[in-house]
Ligand binder design. Structure first.
Ligand code: GDP
Length: 474
């Protein structure tokens, strides 16, 4: 069977997470026939057409993290709430980090659009700066503009969540071994230990023997989020259970058999998450514009998905939109046999966006291949213009000065530099001053000697280190 997705709401404080959760809970109440008293069971379900969505009742990443620490990936989709009048804030960025690490699909809810003077585009480009690319920026993240206060477009948000969940094809088997996750766990004065759970797989049944980490027990009572007494919980369903002999840990997995030791698997999972997060950063980002659909495809074929993120592509001249997108994402623009209008070129310059223009296809492909190689071999596109060796170190007024002799070429004050020890590049420092025989100079030529200081005053250079000046064919 398909199970309903478990959805967590995240975002910066005051951006409207609680208001959204309240609105959803209220609308559900209004839609339901009278009777029943809602019960807080840690999560609740919202009916959308013939589908159900399960929302975790407490916003934020505290719970989310606790689950993950235990290797339990409970959340299937995150709704990232960003207030349109405030934009991306520290906790938004923090949330994005968690979303990326856990590789959970995200739907953005741009909230508070009932307020005057809100700038939705601005929010989207801020998100792009943090690698959340919404669809109208060429990405695949859905963004819905809502008001949690007035309820505007909440139906649209729910539809989007249903579609996102459909794509995930979350399957579960009610006959499978029970796997439920503890969301909250307390001790009630009358009932004893109570646990709020969501079933991920299998069926949780009344009178079943259960285990949750160190704690065991037998299910004596199940209550739904609608306050109904149930005989079972199916995959995707939240509920409150009574019957554990003690308070179980939040994030613990409830099973019908005593659990085997799991820690190793958890550690492996965490490692895999971090690793992929790291890999992500190393991708090259391009926006590709070409004269025809045919050439566009021919060029894109040469892009290795592992190392290249094609942020956007299209037929026709380079536009200001391309510049905005490139700026927001840090991408470079590749223009093949298309015009770059002067105004656009100027805007690109102002925005420090690089446009590479080509008329010969193999030159473009050569460029791409070189850039892909650079990921493996970072200095591949560098041309060395001078080398110098540090022969002495002077200390003056707390400043360390490198006494160098230029071996080949020349060193200019504005040059890009590597500090090399043996074969290893240990830093890429920036010069602060360059002296030659007590004179401030801007250049040292072959065989000349001089004294250098660096902007990084703590740079740990040693006698014998090499300075390499280079240019990059960018
Ligand atoms: P949380 O910290 O993210 O849970 O934010 P809250 O839900 O507590 O909302 C913070 C403030 O923003 C409250 O005063 C809400 O009334 C207000 N608020 C939330 N959503 C909206 C909205 O869509 N429009 C407006 N105008 N205010 C909102």
């Amino acid at each position: 069977m398909l199970r309903s997705p478990v959805i967590t709401i995240m975002g910066h404080v005051d951006h409207g997470k609680t208001t959204l959760l309240d609105y959803l809970r209220q609308s559900r109440l209004a839609a339901r026939e009278a009777g029943g008293i809602t019960q807080h069971v840690g999560a609740y379900q919202v009916q959308v057409g013939d589908k159900k969505l399960t929302f975790i009742d407490t916003p934020g990443h505290a719970a989310f993290n606790k689950m993950r620490e235990r290797g339990a990936q409970l959340t299937d989709i995150v709704v990232l709430v960003v207030a349109a009048n405030d934009g991306v804030k520290p906790q938004t960025i923090e949330s994005i980090r968690h979303i990326k690490n856990a590789q959970v699909p995200v739907v953005v809810a741009i909230n508070k659009i009932d307020l005057p003077d809100v700038n939705v585009i601005n929010v989207k480009s801020q998100l792009a700066e943090h690698d959340i690319l919404v669809t109208d920026f060429g990405g695949d993240v859905e963004a819905v503009e809502i008001s949690a206060k007035t309820g505007k477009n909440i139906d649209k948000l729910l539809e989007t969540l249903v579609i996102t969940a459909d794509l995930l094809e979350l399957k579960a088997d009610p006959q499978a071994k029970l796997e439920a996750i503890i969301l909250e766990s307390t001790k009630d004065a009358n009932k004893g230990p109570v646990a709020n759970v969501i079933v991920k797989n299998g069926t949780l049944r009344l009178r079943q023997d259960i285990f949750a980490g160190e704690v065991s027990g037998r299910v004596r009572n199940i209550v739904s989020d609608q306050g109904k007494n149930l005989t079972q919980l199916l995959p995707g369903e939240p509920g409150q259970i009574v019957g554990l002999r003690d308070v179980a840990a939040v994030g613990a997995v409830v099973t019908a058999e005593k659990a085997e030791a799991e820690p190793e698997e958890v550690a492996a999972k965490e490692f895999a998450f971090d690793f992929s997060a790291l890999e992500d950063k190393k991708k090259l980002k391009f926006i590709l514009k070409a004269d025809t659909q045919g050439t566009l495809e021919a060029i894109a074929q040469n892009f290795d998905e592992e190392s290249i993120d094609l942020i956007g592509s299209g037929v026709g001249e380079v536009t200001d939109n391309d510049i905005d997108l490139a700026k927001a994402t840090g991408a470079k623009i590749l223009a093949f046999q298309v015009k770059v209008p002067n105004k656009v070129a100027q805007n690109a310059k102002d925005a420090q966006v690089k446009i590479k223009e080509y008329t010969i296809i193999y030159q473009l492909i050569e460029y791409i291949q070189k850039k892909m190689l650079k990921l493996i071999e970072p200095t591949i596109d560098e041309v060395v213009t001078g080398t110098a060796e540090i022969g002495q170190i002077f200390e003056m007024k707390g400043l360390r000065i490198a006494g160098v002799k230029v071996k080949t070429g020349e060193i200019n004050k504005g040059d890009l530099l590597h500090l090399k020890r043996g074969e290893e590049i240990i830093a890429s420092p920036v010069l602060a001053s360059m002296m030659h025989e007590k004179q401030e100079v801007t250049k040292l030529t072959t065989k000349s000697e001089g004294g250098l200081t660096f902007r990084d005053k703590k740079l740990a250079f040693q006698v014998g280190d090499q300075l390499i000046a280079y240019t990059v064919d960018d």
